[in-house]
Unconditional design. Structure first.
Length: 298
């Protein structure tokens, strides 16, 4: 397998494939939005994070909603569902949602429709990961992917249904309760295999019951890391989001996962980094650091 860089920043959707096991992988981007930079970097001073993630006049930084699509003869699996398009004007302003992009357009660009998706794997139920799971039709909230099963950790669903006052603003029940009511939710429980090539790895620092998605065969491994590592800069151990419910647990999880990823040459896939799609890692005398950076794969 060979890699190459795409330097043209006007390219927003990537149709290039990679094969792992029986799956052809495609990268799609369903949108961009902004969150407070300080919240995204926790204790890290702005003069440091601003170098890699410049903020606007409201101190917000840009995030992507980037997805992996896994295609086999019998399945089309989407990882996470993005922000969706149910936002009111006030919320669009708060999050600076870029309305030029959508999941519908992202799928059209690779020749698919919502109806083609057979499975949606949700890393967790925060609004930027599951907002696109639901759409409004004739005044009713219904599954946006009508032929899909949605897979989420039971632990995360339970927490999202009764969140704390601290994080209830991130768990909007209209984004996931209709899935349960329609009977299309499949609950996963801890670290388990989806099939021979897809495995769930549960982490609890950011929120309870987040599942990372590891796709691997004898020659390649990609880790869809969700909100363990929003940006490439979060590879550094102290770079932990202020949003995380258990930051010291996040630190422990990073110390466990990053060395293994370096040893086994995993590709770390970023959902939110607006510039970098994935990286490889290396061990150095300064710890685990970035080895190579890519915007696509071939």
């Amino acid at each position: 397998m060979s890699f190459f860089f795409i330097f043209n920043r006007s390219i927003d959707y990537t149709r290039i494939k990679m094969k792992i096991g029986k799956y052809n992988l495609k990268i799609i981007t369903s949108g961009y939005f902004k969150l407070d930079g300080g919240a995204m970097f926790g204790i890290i001073p702005k003069p440091l994070w601003h170098k890699t993630n410049p903020a606007d006049e409201a101190n917000r930084i840009k995030l992507s909603t980037r997805h992996l699509l896994l295609e086999s003869e019998s399945r089309k699996i989407l990882i996470d569902a993005g922000m969706g398009n149910k936002w009111d004007e006030k919320s669009k302003g708060i999050y600076a949602i870029d309305e030029k992009y959508s999941m519908e357009n992202a799928l059209i660009k690779i020749g698919l429709r919502h109806e083609d998706i057979t499975d949606v794997i949700l890393t967790h139920l925060h609004f930027d990961h599951t907002g696109g799971s639901i759409k409004m039709l004739d005044g009713k909230l219904i599954p946006a992917f009508p032929n899909a099963k949605y897979h989420v950790q039971k632990q995360n669903f339970d927490w999202a249904s009764y969140p704390s006052d601290r994080d209830k603003g991130s768990y909007l029940k209209e984004n996931f309760l209709p899935l349960a009511e329609e009977g299309v939710l499949n609950f996963t429980n801890g670290n388990e295999k989806f099939d021979d090539w897809i495995e769930f790895i549960v982490i609890n620092g950011h929120t309870f019951g987040q599942q990372m998605v590891k796709i691997s065969d004898s020659s390649n491994t990609i880790l869809f890391c969700g909100d363990l590592l929003p940006f490439t800069s979060h590879i550094r151990l102290p770079y932990i989001m202020g949003y995380d419910l258990q930051p010291l647990v996040t630190l422990k999880e990073k110390k466990k996962i990053l060395p293994q990823a370096a040893d086994e040459n995993w590709k770390i896939f970023f959902e939110h980094d607006p510039e970098t799609t994935f990286i490889t890692l290396q061990k150095t005398d300064k710890g685990v650091t970035e080895k190579e950076r890519f915007t696509s794969f071939d």
